[in-house]
Unconditional design. Structure first.
Ligand code: SF4
Length: 259
């Protein structure tokens, strides 16, 4: 697999920097307050993507959990969820052409590929990448924060849409219109930090009739709530919500990367 040229940005990103009112056409416009978080991906040439890593592992956070899967983790995220376990993907990455990425996915083999991040929808070239992978016969999963419009996503791609809870610290970022776009092949995923998050999420599930429209998966922020406790809450709710555990944190060291 080609490695591409490496870029990184070690700046303390807790300091908001005004980078101007315009955003390059190769990335999605986001609120000015968070533009500085896009700097690692702003420098890339048109027709490329900034990739943090491409690797093969076991899918762990969808109804495809347990299956071997190739992951393409793209660099950059404009959110800062309190439980985020991939902060290394905020800044570190290599610029790669779509050909290099597709070749890398094919080299690792298998039919299942997940595009993740970071927030993969920030880089607009992710759309032709997903289309090329679907054209090649891959089952393509897209894991997204729920804060970016999913309308442009190729309909063959299965969207795993996060809903950010109050406990994540990013509930204000939810783009609620995305819930109207969900198809039966998509999935909703909610990571819960406490009982308050659970009650909040159940209210969203009921009001938007989500369990009638696609699979809904609840999991816990690692170490915040026990899966056993969540199991009790789900049974108590009477809703057909799927309990999910972060498989890779059970199978490997919870701090391990590239698994
Ligand atoms: S959206 Fe995902 S990658 Fe971004 S901060 Fe939240 S958990 Fe981390």
């Amino acid at each position: 697999m080609s490695s591409g040229s490496t870029i990184s940005d070690s700046r303390d990103d807790s300091i908001a920097v005004d980078v101007g009112a315009t955003t390059p056409a190769v990335i999605v416009p986001i609120p000015l307050l968070h533009r500085h978080r896009l700097r690692p991906i702003e420098r890339k040439p048109d027709g490329t993507l900034v990739v943090h890593e491409i690797y093969r592992s076991i899918q762990g956070e969808s109804t495809f959990a347990g299956l071997p899967c190739v992951f393409v983790r793209l660099t950059g995220c404009h959110l800062r969820c309190g439980y985020c376990d991939t902060p290394h993907a905020f800044l570190e990455g290599s610029i790669r052409s779509l050909d290099q990425i597709v070749e890398g996915v094919h080299e690792l083999g298998g039919d299942l590929v997940e595009i993740t991040g970071g927030e993969p929808l920030l880089q607009l070239e992710v759309h032709p990448l997903m289309t090329r992978l679907a054209d090649a016969g891959k089952t393509v999963l897209l894991e997204t924060s729920g804060a970016i419009d999913i309308v442009p996503v190729d309909p063959r791609v299965r969207v795993i849409l996060d809903i950010k809870t109050p406990g994540s610290g990013e509930a204000a970022a939810n783009l609620w219109s995305n819930l109207d776009r969900l198809r039966p092949t998509d999935e909703v995923k909610v990571v819960l930090c406490d009982r308050g998050d659970f009650d909040w999420a159940v209210d969203i599930v009921r009001r938007h009739r989500l369990v009638d429209r696609c699979p809904v998966l609840f999991s816990t922020a690692f170490g915040a709530v026990s899966p056993t406790e969540l199991a009790g809450w789900i049974l108590e709710s009477g809703l057909p919500i799927r309990l999910q555990v972060q498989l890779h944190k059970i199978l490997w060291d919870p701090a391990a990367r590239g698994v």
